[in-house]
Design a protein around this ligand. Structure first.
Ligand code: TYD
Length: 137
């Protein structure tokens, strides 16, 4: 599975650092929604779903967590701890996030508004669809 980590330019000077996110520039889609996860309790696993169509970019703007990506054929685990790296999570990718540091703020950019019908929350169903099964949507 190809993992795309976008290196985001940091505008740093003696006052500190700044990173700007712009659609079609350093984010390869139109940004329609931004949300962020924070105050995640110890031992909690989040995500545990895939999206039929949604494209996302995930950035650990503070702290760190582990991120599992699964395309139905291969599973890859990453450690996200760099606010200057954007992980692209394409559609039909199962994702799980865990081992959150107490200070972790995980920001997610998405190319669509929230839509529950775009979620696949059942791993078996995900595998069937990802591997070309005839499971009804
Ligand atoms: P959930 O999908 O469980 O988060 P995760 O999969 O990252 O663990 O979302 C938690 C709640 O927030 C759920 O009630 C749906 C709601 N929600 C929105 O209203 N808008 C959003 O953009 C997202 C991502 C979630």
């Amino acid at each position: 599975m190809e993992i795309e980590l976008v290196q985001l330019q940091t505008h740093g000077d003696d006052r500190g650092a700044l990173i700007s996110l712009e659609d079609q520039r350093n984010v390869p889609f139109e940004i329609k929604r931004v949300y962020y996860l924070f105050s995640t309790k110890e031992g909690i696993r989040r995500g545990l779903h895939a999206h039929r169509n949604l494209r996302q970019m995930v950035i650990a703007v503070r702290g760190q967590c582990r991120f599992l990506l699964d395309d139905g054929k291969e599973r890859v685990e990453l450690f996200l701890d760099n606010p200057a790296q954007g992980l692209l999570v394409e559609s039909m990718t199962w994702r799980e996030m865990y081992d959150f540091s107490p200070d972790c703020v995980l920001m997610v950019l998405a190319n669509e508004h929230y839509n529950e019908s775009d979620y696949i929350r059942d791993y078996k169903e995900f595998l069937e669809i990802a591997n070309g099964g005839s499971h009804a949507n």
